[in-house]
Ligand binder design. Structure first.
Ligand code: PLP
Length: 379
């Protein structure tokens, strides 16, 4: 970690699912300008696309299509481009991001069905199989690898296997998982996944990308409901001259290349995943010592973000808790009441997690809260 003193109001440690804490070297990679036709930028763009494909073991089978905007833009572009106008989408939802995909497909005028499980339950693969057997019209299945609403890990391998077994196509929102949780196209069949620069890859926010199977993307001409979100068109244009169709987020790409170099130096997906697991262990152990309980059992919990139940103590007011933590440089994020989330991802390690715990302990003391124990356990 490059900061001697983790967490200060002007250089906060971000404990949210994004934007995330980045390294100084990633931020420094943005200290020059590039023209969109600059050969150096075109080469940089090509290197980043190749690296991203390689991270998913998808060389030869898939292409990387980057897109301006936050992660939502590329998820919407993926669904809009790859689900044809006469297609039918089955969305597996156990949180806000699954539901958002269903909303997008409805916006696009696609036929959508949602297979919902509770926010603390993984996607139901047996129910998926039944739905695919029941309804021949379903062409595509959409799933969220790590549903960041709760931090739950969905059984993406089993979902992919079931979808392929029934001859349907899988689209994955891998936003909060890509780069830290393994997903290998050689073993997990998918037509496309969507992710972004500023989650587990630890770049800065501003672009997302899809890894799309070449044949699926080639067949998707004319599907997209919006020009700017047309991944087929974006791909074709980039294949022609290496350039983006519209003003590229040049600095964000430069930062992403540096972030990908640092990802590799850390040991790739395995190394990054190991650091996040250790972050989660420190956080959860420390919070449990303070009486807090996690929403999810450890077996369902990805090392991305952890949801804690709201303490029963009436002196615990979340807004005040959050504001006081922020004043100490540790913003977290609220999720579905009565719970709150703390992230384990970004350029943070043991020092930052210990620092966050110390700040939480101090804030609880200031508030006069003796224990983080939630209502049911306290009764
Ligand atoms: C699983 C998942 N999908 C989609 C998104 C949306 O990304 P963004 O907020 O960058 O638009 C997020 C953001 O946290 C996410 O975690």
């Amino acid at each position: 970690m490059e900061r001697a003193l983790p967490g200060s109001p002007d250089q906060p440690v971000l404990l949210t699912p994004g934007p995330l804490t980045t390294s100084a070297t990633v931020r420094q990679a943005m200290l020059r300008d590039w023209g969109s036709r600059d050969p150096a930028f075109i080469a940089l763009n090509a290197r980043v696309r190749e690296r991203l494909v390689a991270l998913a073991g998808a060389q030869g089978s898939h292409v990387c299509v980057p897109l301006q905007g936050s992660g939502t833009f590329v998820v919407e572009a993926m669904l809009g481009t790859l689900v044809p106008k006469d297609g039918r989408l089955l969305v597996l939802a156990n949180g806000a991001y699954g539901q958002r995909m269903a909303t997008m497909a409805r916006y696009h005028g696609r036929r959508v069905e949602v297979l919902e499980t509770a926010e603390d339950q993984p996607n139901d693969v047996a129910a998926l199989e039944r739905a695919l057997l029941r309804d021949d019209a379903i062409t595509h299945v959409a799933a969220v690898h790590c549903e960041t609403t709760s931090g739950i890990l969905n059984p993406i391998k089993a979902i992919a296997a079931a979808t392929a077994r029934h001859g349907r196509r899988l689209l994955i929102d891998a936003m909060s998982a890509f780069g830290a949780l393994p997903l290998d196209a050689r073993h997990v069949p998918f037509d496309a996944l969507a992710a972004s620069a500023n989650k587990c890859l630890e770049g800065v926010p501003g672009l997302g990308f899809a890894l799309a199977r070449k044949e699926a993307l080639a067949a998707a001409k004319g599907n997209a409901p919006a020009l700017s979100l047309d991944l087929h068109d974006q791909w074709q244009a980039m294949e022609r001259n290496g350039q983006w169709r519209f003003t590229p987020p040049t600095h964000v790409l430069a930062a992403l290349e540096q972030a990908l170099i640092e990802h590799e130096q850390e040991g790739g997906v395995a190394g990054r995943g190991a650091r996040y697991r250790e972050n989660r262990r420190i956080l959860v152990d420390g919070m449990r010592a303070l009486g807090f309980e996690t929403l999810l059992p450890d077996a369902l919990q990805a090392s991305i973000i952890v949801t804690f139940k709201m303490p029963a103590d009436p002196r615990f007011a979340f807004e005040a808790f959050y504001d006081r933590l922020r004043a100490r440089g540790y913003p977290g994020k609220l999720t579905v009441a009565p719970s709150f989330r703390i992230g384990c991802i970004g350029r943070i390690g043991p020092a930052e997690m210990q620092g966050a715990l110390a700040a939480i302990r101090a804030v609880l003391k200031e508030m006069g809260v003796a224990s983080g124990r939630p209502a049911r356990a306290a009764a």
